[in-house]
Design a protein around this ligand. Sequence first.
Ligand SMILES: [Zn+2]
Length: 431
Amino acid sequence: MAICAQIAGIPVMDVQRHDGLCVHYLATVPPPAGMTVEVALDWEHRWDVMQQHSGQHLFSATALATFGWRTYRWDYRPDICSVELVTESAIVTEDVLAQLERAVNAAIGRAHPVAARIHNPEDDAGPTRVTSKQSLFNASLGPTPPVRIIEIDTADSCTCCGTHVSNTSELQLFKILPTVTTRRRSGLPTTTISFLAGGRILGFMSHLLQVDQAVGALLSCSRPEYAQMIEYNKTRLNDARALSSSLLSHTCGFLHTTMRTSSADVTVWRAFDVPIEQLKTIVLKIAQLLQQSHAEAPAARPARQLLAVSCPAPVPAKGGKKAADQQPAQPQQTLPYLLLTVAGDAPDAEALATAASDALVSAVQGPLPNTCYRIAVPPAAGGGGRGRGAAAAAPAAAPLASICCQGTIASQAELDHVLQAWGASRQLHLC
Ligand SMILES: [Zn+2]
C-alpha cells in the first residue's frame, strides 16, 4: 500500500472510517495521546488522486448525459484508471469513445467550478447521481447522516466523500485509452473504459516516446513505416522458420538413412559456434527416427552411433596466413565444445554411448570441467530395450540412448584426439 502521509514522521499505511471517525493506521507505535504532531501530506500523490477522481466525475456525468449510461463502479490504479458503465445493449465503438473524449475535454476547457456542499433534504432536490457506496457511508455515520455532494457547476451533482480539484481546468486534459472490456453485471451488459487525466498523461506520453525511439531503432525506420516493416519481418521470419524446419527434416532424414545403411559411426561436426539447443534438436530427432524405423522394420545390420560435436572455427590471425606465419606462436585457445552422442539400434547401444563419454573424459586427461549428462529418449511404443528403465527381455524396441557432454578443449589438436579416441571413422561436415 502506498504511503500517502506522515504523522510525527511516522508513515501512514492506511486510513479507515470507524463510527464516523477517521482512523489512521501508522507503520510503528503512534505518538502518545495529547502530543501535538505535524502531519505531512504526500501532495504529489494527493494531486494525482484529485485529478483522476475528478476526471472520473466529469466522465461519468458526460456518459450519463450523452448516452444515458450510469456508472457501475470506477477503479483508481497507480498506472491507469477505469470506469465501468452500464451500457446495456449499446456497442461502444471508437467513434463513441472519441465523442465522449471530446465532450469531457470541452467541459475541462469551459473551466467549470467544482465545489462540495452538504445536502439539505428540506431545501434542495438532491444529487443527480448517487455513488454505489453511499449506503455504506450512511450506515457508518448513523441514522441521519449528512450527505456530501460534489457539484461541477451545472454539469454534475454527485454524492461523494473523496478529494477533488476546485475547477475542471485543473484537470488539464482527459484521455480515453483504446482498450475496453465488456461483461455482465446482474444480467446487465457493462463496458469498462480506461482513461488518464491531468499530469499523468505527460508521464504516459514520455513513456510512449521512449518506446517509440526504441522501436524505431530496432526496426530502422520511422513511425509511419512501423506497421509495414513489422509485417515484412513477420513474413521473412515465417519463411526462415519454414526453411529451417525443412532443412532440419532433410538433415535428420539423411543422417538417419546413413546410420541405417552404414556400419560406421557418423559424426556431425559444427565447425563454428552454434546454439546448443539446435544440435540437441537434431540428435533427438534422429533418435526418434531410429526408434520409429526400428519398430517398423528392424535392420538386418544394427545401426551404429551418431556423434555430434559443436566447436567454433579457429580464429584466423590478422593479416591472413602470411602474417600468421610471421607472428610468434600464440598461446593455445580454449575451445568450448558440445559432444552429443545417440546410439543406434545396435544391441549394445547404451554401452557404446557411455563409451563415447568415457573416451572424451580420457581424451581431455582429467575430469570434465563442466557437465556430462544424459538425455532421456523414450522407448518405442509396444516394446522395451536395453536402455535404462526398459525391460531387458523385450527385443522389439531400439535400445536407444544418448549422452550430452559440455565443457572445453584446449586446442583443435585435442579435439582431433577426442575424435580419434572415440574412433569415429566418418565425419559429415554439415556447414
Ligand atoms: Zn468524488
